[in-house]
Design a protein around this ligand. Sequence first.
Ligand code: DGY
Length: 319
Amino acid sequence: MENERIVVTRQPPGQALAILESAGSVWMWTEDRPIERQVLFDQITTATGLYTMLTDHVDEALLKCAPDLRVVSQMAVGVDNIDLAACRNRGIKVGHTPDVLTETTADLAWGLLIAAARRFGEGTRDVAAGRWGDWDPNYLIGQDIHGSTVGIIGFGRIGRAVARRAVGFGMSVLYTQRRPVDLSDPQPSFVPLNELLERSDHVIVAAPLSTETHHLISTNELRLMKPTATLVNIGRGPLVDSAALHHALTSGEIFAAGLDVTDPEPIAPDHPLVTTPNCFITPHLGSSTIRTRQAMAELAARNLVAGLRGLALEAPVIA
Ligand code: DGY
C-alpha cells in the first residue's frame, strides 16, 4: 500500500490530502493555476493514482506515459476532459463527484436566471459608473420569472434539482433529454428539444458535454426561442455555440443569457459575449461554496484511495 504514488494536480480543500496520504506518497502541484502539461507528463510516469481537476486533459498521450496508473479521480462531476474510452481500454478506474454538488449548482442556476432576466449586470454596472439616476418607470425593464414556464435541457441530478426550485416560483416545468424519466407527477413534462425551446419562457441547460451535445444550442435552436426568453448554461461552455448566442443576444432573437460556463473558458474580457450588456457571466462558480467544495475534494480523495485498494469506488464513472 505504501508504494502507491499519487499525483494531485491542484491543492484540494478540506481533508482530501490527509485522506490521500493515508494511501501512499503524494506529489502535488502547489501553484495557484492549472498544472503545466509538461510537469504532469513528468510526474505521471511513476504514478499509480491521479487526482484531477476539470482543467486537466487526461488523454491517450498522457495515459501512455503512465504505465502504472490504476485510478483517475476527478474533483468534479463532469468528466468531459477525460478520455474515458482510453481509460477503459487500459483498465483504469475513473471516479467523479456527483450528488454532493447538486443542490449548490442548482441554486446558482436560479441566481443566473434571475440576474440575467432582471438585468442585474446592467444595473450594477450603472451603479458603479454613477449612472443611477432618479427612479424611472422605464429603466432596465426585465422579464418575470414567477408564473412562467422554464425548460430544462438535461434532466439528471442537477436538472431535477433546478426543477424542484421552480415550484416556489409557481412555474411550469418542461424538460428534455434522451429519454423521459419515470415520474409519478405529471409535472414536469417531457417534450422534444424544439418544442421545449418554442414553449419555454426561460431555458436552462444542465446537460453533460459529449460529442453528441457539442453546440446543442446553436443558430437554429436560438431562433426557436421566444424574444423574451433567457438562456442559462450551467453545464459546459461548448454546449452553446458562442458566436450564435452573441448574434441572438444582439439581434433581439432572445432577451438575455446567464452563463456560468463559457467557450472558451476562461473567457477574455474583450470577448463579444463579455461586452454584450444582456449577457450575465459568472466564472464557473456552480459548485463553489465552502461546504460543497470540501465535500467534492474529500469524495474524490476517497474514490482514489478505494480504487488503489482494490475496493469499489464510492462514485464511479468506470468501476
Ligand atoms: C463539475 O463538477 O463538473 C462542475 O462543473 C464543477 O463546478
